[in-house]
Every structure is written in structure tokens, then in C-alpha cells.
Design a protein around this ligand. Structure first.
Ligand code: PEP
Length: 247
């Protein structure tokens, strides 16, 4: 199974910095089939710019585009939202759903996330569904139940999904320069894997890790059994650092 490395730019970058990121990155990345799959999730406004560059330079379909969110509705009076169909117009293959920052700052509940997940199916977008416990859950050792409930509350048992990327992102690790021990990531990867194997209608899934990933720790994290990729936030903003991670 090919690993996937997802770049989540969050609300960072602008026209000038993206232009130079693209130039430098595409110059470095030749169509080497040994690279993992790469998905870039820029702010919505830059999807168009990136989709044009990717369509032009991406002979082996190594690089895909993803969104950082998706509307729970198909269309209508939802000011500020972007629908699955609109994302498809800009060749988005992936959509991040349930990032802890969306849950925290936009009050996204598991009910809303279930609707968002269903929206991805309508347009054949692969969901990158994020789960992750707080420091309190980790310290009080309630994280196993918490993570299981995040999966069960958002993914209905009878859902049909051709592909799913499940991102384990402990909240206490995001942007903090602190990563869990390798054994702790492995424990969750194994747990998530056995939970997802209960879903007979999910045809393919990958489990990826996110939270303070850098070139200095990426290799070790990728060596964990059942981890099939990484979700990279701040380290993906610097093309050199991101290139080291994918290499
Ligand atoms: C993220 O928020 O998805 C993330 C992984 O951030 P960082 O790499 O900056 O911790």
C-alpha cells in the first residue's frame, strides 16, 4: 500500500509564498514513482491556482489536492460554506473532516461530521477523517473509549466508502513540538485498524498520524505497522522541510 503524506496549510500562505513554494517544490519533485502520494490542502482561495499547476505537472498523479473542510449541505443558504461539488470542480480528491481546530473553533459536532462524511460520498471525494484525544483524556487514560466513540459516532455502520483516510491527531501534539511515544502511536493505530475492520462496507482505508511531524521524526513514525502516512501542518509550509519528509 502506498503511503500518503498530507500537507495541511491551515490559514497560512498567500499568493506570493504559494507561488514560490510551488516553483521550488515542483522543480525538486520529479515524477519518481517511489515517492509516496502527496495531498496538498491549501486554503480554499488557492485551490484554483494549485489545481492548474498540479494538472500541468503531475504526470504520474503523485500529487493530489484536498480541502481543509467541506459543507454538510449540497447547496443553499450556507454563507461561507463550500460544497462537495464545488470542490470537485477544482479537482479535489480529498477533504479533511473533523480537524480538531474545526471542532474547537467552529463547534463541529459528531452529528455535523457524519453529514460531512456523507457529502464526500456524493462527489467521490475521499474523506480524511480526523480523530484525537485531549491531554486530559490521555492523562486520565480515557482516550481509548474517547477515540472509539469518535469513530462510531461519525461513521455509520452501514456506510459504503470506497476509500477512507483516518488521521490520528492527538490534540495535545498539534503545533506543540511534542509527539507521543512510538508505542503510543502504535497502540492507537492498532486500535483504529481493528475498529475499521468491523466496517465491511469500507473498501480501503489508510491510517495516518498527525501532530508535530517533522523530517526528524517522520521516518520513525512511518515505520509503525498500520501507519500508512502523515498529516503535516506547520512543517509542510516550508517546501524544503516538506520535501525531506516525503523523501
Ligand atoms: C495539524 O493540525 O493537522 C497538524 C498536524 O499540525 P502540526 O503538524 O503543525 O502539529
Amino acid at each position: 500500500m502506498k503511503n500518503i503524506i498530507v500537507a495541511n496549510w491551515k490559514m497560512n500562505q498567500d499568493f506570493a509564498t504559494i507561488s514560490s513554494w510551488i516553483n521550488d517544490f515542483f522543480y525538486k519533485i520529479c515524477d519518481d514513482k517511489n515517492f509516496p502520494e502527496i495531498a496538498i490542502c491549501p486554503p480554499y482561495l488557492y485551490l484554483d491556482m494549485l489545481s492548474k499547476v498540479i494538472n500541468k505537472n503531475n504526470k504520474n498523479s503523485l500529487i493530489s489536492l484536498g480541502s481543509q473542510d467541506i459543507s454538510f449541505s449540497q447547496s443553499g443558504a450556507y454563507t461561507g460554506d463550500i460544497s462537495a461539488k464545488m470542490l470537485k470542480d477544482f479537482s479535489c480528491k480529498y477533504a479533511i473532516i473533523g480537524h480538531s481546530e474545526r471542532r474547537q473553533f467552529h463547534c463541529e459536532t459528531n452529528d455535523i461530521l457524519e453529514k460531512k462524511l456523507k457529502m464526500t460520498i456524493a462527489e467521490d471525494i475521499v474523506p480524511i477523517f480526523c480523530i484525537g484525544e485531549s491531554l486530559k483524556d490521555r492523562q486520565e487514560k480515557t482516550y481509548v473509549d474517547f477515540l472509539k466513540s469518535q469513530i462510531k459516532s461519525v461513521i455509520p455502520k452501514d456506510i459504503y466508502l470506497e476509500s477512507l483516510v483516518l488521521a490520528y491527531e492527538p490534540i495535545w501534539s498539534i503545533g506543540t513540538d511534542t509527539t507521543p511515544k512510538i508505542s503510543a502511536i502504535k497502540e492507537v493505530a492498532d486500535l483504529v485498524c481493528s475498529e475499521l475492520l468491523n466496517y465491511k462496507n469500507i473498501k480501503n482505508f489508510k491510517i495516518i498520524y498527525g501532530g508535530s511531524v517533522k523530517s526528524s521524526n517522520s521516518k520513525e513514525i512511518l515505520s509503525i505497522k498500520n501507519i500508512n502516512g502523515l498529516l503535516v501542518g506547520s512543517a509542510s509550509l516550508n517546501y524544503k522541510e516538506f520535501f525531506k519528509i516525503i523523501s
